[in-house]
Ligand binder design. Structure first.
Ligand SMILES: NC(=O)c1ccc[n+]([C@@H]2O[C@H](COP(=O)([O-])OP(=O)(O)OC[C@H]3O[C@@H](n4cnc5c(N)ncnc54)[C@H](O)[C@@H]3O)[C@@H](O)[C@H]2O)c1
Length: 287
């Protein structure tokens, strides 16, 4: 019997915990706030930003938002980031990606101070992660770790295969898993024998953007399978794993939708709260 991991329920629990801590912080005069910056009219980005803002408000945090036109220049976006960076009421800044082609995402992301980098994507945050120092970790990989923890799946000494080495998910996830004492193998597009990497694993995490890449030929009986991939199809959302084919083989598996996706937003809430605490330690502010 394969159990489906209910990411929506776990994410709701984490969001409720964040909301309770926000209420405490508000009582002492500090309301955490997230500033979202959206550039252009990409419909998917607008939906993602709206969901993040809704979650922020539901958690009782302050919602700051700026929407810039598709032709916004580097200086326009940089000025908004700098304004939010200087605002003590803004705990975290999120620059929604992708950006229009005239803008260099990595340069603009690096303008966000590490203490407000709730997406964990700046060079500074990547360095803090690599060195195991205090910092904000990218939301999706930390959501995967939180999901495994919530399910009581031990990481210390576990064999974990991470399929996909992208900057957003695979790379930071491999580092987070290593810090938790897992033995980590990373596969990517040049891996010649994918099954040889994934079959020995107790936990297989897939984040490749290749729809249906992983099936029964890659997974040993009893393994836990975490599907990070998201693909929009006429039949709805689907992932990087052929999950129906793993029924009866995997011990536990995340669905798409309802697995890692909701965890990403929950971890954004966690990061905004952490950023607020970090900011308060650095420069105490009145409400
Ligand atoms: N659930 C969420 O909240 C969430 C968040 C972010 C990304 N994602 C999804 O995760 C997936 C990965 O995102 P990303 O930004 O890390 O992607 P990316 O494009 O940066 O990286 C993809 C990685 O997959 C590897 N890869 C490609 N083909 C492969 C193959 N045939 N075999 C093995 N490895 C292969 C590449 O080498 C690369 O390392 C995407 O589907 C994305 O939509 C989901």
């Amino acid at each position: 019997m394969t159990t489906t991991i209910d990411g929506t329920r776990i994410a709701q629990r984490i969001r409720a915990q964040v909301a309770a801590k926000v209420t405490e912080a508000t009582g002492s005069g500090r309301i955490p706030g997230l500033a979202t910056v959206l550039v252009g009219d990409d419909p998917a980005s607008a939906v993602y930003v709206a969901a993040k803002r809704r979650a922020i408000r539901e958690a009782g945090m302050r919602d700051f938002h700026r929407h810039l036109p598709p032709r916004a220049t580097h200086d326009d976006v940089a000025a908004v980031i700098d304004e939010f960076a200087a605002d003590p009421h803004v705990s975290g800044i999120l620059l929604q990606l992708p950006l229009p082609p005239q803008l260099d995402a990595s340069v603009l992301i690096d303008r966000i101070p590490v203490t407000k980098d709730v997406d964990g994507l700046t060079t500074g945050s990547a360095g803090l992660l690599a060195r195991g120092e205090r910092g904000l970790r990218p939301c999706t990989p930390s959501g995967v770790i939180a999901l495994l923890d919530a399910e009581g799946i031990p990481l210390l000494g576990a064999q974990v295969a991470v399929v996909g080495w992208g900057e957003l998910v695979g790379q930071p996830l491999a580092q987070l898993l290593l810090r938790r004492g897992a033995t980590v193998s990373v596969a990517h597009e040049h891996t010649t024998d994918l099954a040889a990497v994934t079959r020995p694993a107790d936990i297989v995490v897939v984040a490749t953007g290749v729809r249906g890449l992983i099936g029964p030929e890659h997974v040993s009986p009893g393994a836990v399978v975490i599907d990070v991939g998201i693909h929009r199809t006429p039949a709805g959302l689907t992932g990087d794993v052929r999950s129906a084919e793993l029924d009866g083989i995997a011990d536990r598996i995340t669905p798409v939708p309802g697995g890692v996706g909701p965890m990403t937003i929950a971890m954004l809430m966690v990061n905004t709260l952490r950023a607020a605490q970090w900011g308060a330690e650095r420069e105490p502010v009145a409400a």
